[in-house]
Design a binder for this molecule. Structure first.
Ligand code: GDP
Ligand code: IMO
Ligand code: MG
Length: 429
């Protein structure tokens, strides 16, 4: 298995960016295959912090970084993110960066619609990142999206604009909004087109070449399995498939190319936005996890909800995504707790459940069943080997892998790239 597919196994923000960056120096290409700039992946290298939303996390090491067709791409955001990273000394050229020319675009009208819907939904809102992700994916499957390759053919865009605007004008009218300003939209697209087109190509072809040469590909997922449009806590989900299978369809390679599926799992649970969360803690332990873990969204700055580790959810995510091994992150955030709890099952109206039910009402109602373990007072922060971990932390990690029925491949003990324990190498396993 020369390739590795990294996915989040909870509700996102598990530390995917850190792990992808750590693995990237040994990969020949890093590919984002779904989502868009709703993602926020934070990398810390020698104290320097890099925040990536759209660019693959391999870009910081200079590894060939590719945005696959499964991503929805906001071209204006792309430009500003590239400029920001260049300002931090990261070099981004058509040599080390490519965008799939069949990638659908996120336009300002998608962001408008995202915001209008969330405002109208009031307390029933999803709590989206407001970046137009859902509306852009809707236009993709509705066959009226404008794609990267269209930027090279703006003179013949009228029929596509007719289709797109007919749809959006009707929706906008329902929100008392004026019709789409077609001229302004076209002018904005003309202005940004050359910037995007310098990186555009059929990336499936480039990846085919990389693969043929025997090179290692690292697929970088965004969000997490519990935000998957099919398998997540619907409707409180994102609008793409976040499971490992999307790595193939979202980049233009076959399902036999995804290799070792590395599920990124936080040692406790967080969620940003609305929706069910059985192990959520509204007490001082939840507050402590949030403070020690700096649980604030990279994209929106929102405070993340925090709770105990939920082994039922992660076991389900690992099964659904065919996870080969996990990277357990933020173990250090649990340091100093007298007791730690793990959810091992649910009670729903008197019945014991060993899985998370599909219906939203059941999901909201399940009560967690906990197992309690002794915590550890020693610090695990910065540990780089198994021997550096206190006995109770090891017991916790071993119990986690037993309950989720999936082995631990990596353990992360701080935001820094090198503060990572290798248990089993995903590239050679
Ligand atoms: P992603 O969306 O999955 O890439 O995760 P985010 O970057 O949104 O959130 C994870 C946060 O935790 C970031 O601020 C990371 O720098 C940080 N982080 C990652 N791994 C660790 C770890 O092992 N310990 C601690 N304390 N922080 C970590
Ligand atoms: P990374 O890649 C955490 C959540 C939003 C909201 C729901 C739908 O950093 O793990 P959207 O804007 O996608 O339509 O919002 O999904 N969400 C994330 N939560 N991490 C993310 O990405 C997320 N991307 C979207 O908060 O609940
Ligand atoms: Mg994030």
């Amino acid at each position: 298995m020369a390739n590795v597919t990294v996915i989040g196994a909870q509700w996102g923000d598990e530390g995917k960016g850190k792990i992808v960056d750590w693995l990237a120096s040994r990969a020949d290409a890093v590919v984002r295959f779904q989502g868009g700039h709703n993602a926020g992946h934070t990398l810390v290298v020698d104290g320097n912090v890099y925040k990536l939303s759209l660019l693959p996390s391999g870009i910081v090491t200079g590894t060939l970084s590719i945005i696959g067709n499964g991503v929805v791409l906001d071209p204006w955001h792309l430009k500003s993110e590239i400029e920001k990273l260049e300002g931090q000394g990261v070099s981004i050229t058509d040599d080390n960066f490519a965008i799939a020319d069949n990638c659908p675009l996120i336009l300002p009208i998608h962001r408008d619609l995202d915001g209008l819907r969330e405002t109208a939904a009031g307390s029933g809102k999803i709590g989206t990142t407001g970046r137009g992700i859902g509306p852009a994916y809707e236009d993709k499957v509705g066959r009226r999206a404008i794609r990267v390759c269209d930027l090279a053919h703006l003179d013949s865009l009228e029929p596509q604009l007719d289709r797109l605007c007919a749809h959006h004008d009707a929706l906008r009218a329902g929100f008392d909004q004026p019709p789409v300003d077609r001229e302004a939209l076209l002018a904005e697209l003309r202005e940004i087109a050359p910037f995007v087109l310098q990186f555009a190509q059929p990336v499936w072809k480039r990846l085919k070449k990389v693969r043929k040469a025997g090179a290692r590909i690292l697929f970088e997922g965004a969000q997490g399995v519990l935000l998957d449009i099919d398998h997540g806590t619907y409707p409180f989900v994102t609008s793409s498939n976040t499971v490992s299978g999307t790595a193939a369809s979202g980049s233009g390679l076959g399902p036999n190319s995804t290799g070792f599926v590395l599920g990124i799992v936080k040692a406790y649970t967080t969620r940003v936005g609305s929706g069910p969360f059985p192990t959520e803690l509204s007490d001082e332990v939840g507050q402590r996890l949030g403070e020690r873990g700096h649980e604030f969204g990279t994209v929106t700055g929102r405070q993340r909800r925090c709770g105990w580790f939920d082994a039922v959810l992660v076991r389900q995510s690992c099964a659904i995504s065919g996870v080969t091994g996990i990277a357990l992150t933020k173990v250090d955030v649990l340091d100093g707790l007298d007791k730690v709890k793990i959810c091992t099952g649910y009670r729903l109206r008197g019945k014991i459940m060993d899985y998370f039910p599909s219906h939203a009402a059941d999901q909201a109602e399940v009560e967690p069943i906990y197992e309690e373990m002794d915590g550890w007072s020693e610090s695990t922060a910065g540990a780089r080997s198994w021997a550096d971990l206190p006995a109770n932390a090891i017991k916790y990690i071993q119990r986690v892998q037993e309950l989720i029925e999936t082995p631990v491949a990596l353990v992360s003990t701080s935001p820094e790239r090198e503060d990572t324990i290798l248990v089993r190498d995903p590239f050679v396993d």
